[in-house]
Design a protein around this ligand. Structure first.
Ligand code: ADP
Ligand code: MG
Length: 328
């Protein structure tokens, strides 16, 4: 007999590992009632974000369900990291074409691994039948006035990234089984595969940036495009030096032109991009000692737009849905 909706929820989502992954007192009531109850800490604001994952757009046709579960939650949590928020809970709106129990078990296991890694609890959701679609809403908290916004950068601020760029695009090449360069070692290939399917949202770094960085976001659609969002929101120019943009050793297996294109315009990196007032530059070494590979890649200046090695960047060239109706 096929599993009913409620048995499915009970078996694969109302699991203690998912419900208790965050271990936060903030979740006063989780799965099982008509809605969840959350209680932010005194003096905190909610930080809320929603992401949808559609097969063929956000993830390749070939995937392992546990990787998909991990990635779906990680990319959503990255938006909390970008706002300098502490993750608390998430909801899952799952649309499935059929009930496939091995698929559900694997998906739930990957989701649980990500929930534990990012300390965020599953607090509810919805389960329906239809073409595969994964909608995740994440809920976090931040002290009032401490959220990291895209606006707020000032001329003279340092432009920094929280880690290497281009791994998301390189990882996509690996997972879609494109022809890979001979120089790519098996360990590097596995690293890139993991960077694509199991990105780690930079929550700890985001928390450290609260009240210190002047502006920030997460790089999901390509460095230049996301830098353009920060420049526009802050009303200034961002000048980047291409030589200072960091990449992993794995990407060195590709020709420089391909590597550069991925680092500047590839998507799916989920590292933080932020501006730091010059007087806070001393924090950079402190963060590096804590294991966050932060680097300075440019500066904010009066003006507009994104500049690379002194040249204005036209149409930053990252990923856009509905690109045919381009809005500039
Ligand atoms: P209702 O019909 O009142 O909306 P549902 O039957 O959809 O309630 O859900 C019952 C409970 O199970 C709710 O607490 C809901 O949040 C939770 N739930 C449903 N689907 C999921 C899911 N995919 N993941 C986690 N919790 C879920
Ligand atoms: Mg419902």
């Amino acid at each position: 007999m096929p599993l009913g909706e409620f048995a499915l929820i009970g078996r694969y989502f109302q699991r203690s590992v998912l419900e208790q992954a965050g271990g936060h007192a903030a979740v006063a009531l989780g799965i099982g009632d008509d809605a969840a109850l959350l209680q932010p800490a005194p003096g905190c604001q909610w930080v809320i974000s929603t992401d949808s994952l559609v097969q063929g757009v956000h993830f390749p046709e070939q995937y392992a369900p546990d990787d998909l579960g991990y990635r779906a939650l990680a990319v959503a949590v990255s938006d909390l990291a970008a706002m300098a928020a502490r993750p608390l809970g998430f909801t899952l709106a799952l649309t499935l074409p059929e009930i496939d129990e091995p698929w559900l078990q694997s998906f739930s296991d990957g989701l649980a691994q990500c929930a534990v890694d990012h300390r965020i609890s599953l607090i509810g959701g919805d389960t329906t039948r239809g073409p595969l679609n994964i909608g995740i809403s994440v809920f976090g908290e931040v002290a009032v006035g401490q959220a990291l916004r895209r606006s707020g950068a000032q001329p003279g601020d340092l432009l920094c990234v929280g880690g290497p760029l281009g791994d998301g695009a390189g990882g996509l090449a690996v997972v879609t089984e494109q022809v890979l360069p001979q120089a790519l070692r098996p360990a590097e290939r596995d690293y890139l595969r993991a960077r694509f399917w199991r990105p780690r949202a930079q929550c700890e770094l985001g928390l450290a940036l609260a009240g210190v960085a002047s502006a920030g976001l997460d790089v999901s659609d390509g460095l230049l495009q996301d830098a353009g969002h920060l420049a526009a929101a802050s009303g200034l120019a961002l000048h980047l030096c291409s030589e200072d943009v960091p990449c992993s050793t794995a990407l060195l297996a590709w020709p420089a032109a391909q590597r550069q294109a991925w680092m500047l315009r590839g998507g799916d990196d989920y590292v933080l991009l932020f501006t730091l007032p010059a007087q806070q530059a001393g924090q950079l070494d402190h963060w590096r000692q804590q294991g966050w590979p932060v680097s300075v890649i440019g500066r904010a200046q009066a003006g507009a737009g994104v500049w690379l090695d002194g040249q204005p960047v036209a149409g930053a060239g990252g990923y856009q849905h509905f690109k045919e109706s381009a809005d500039g």
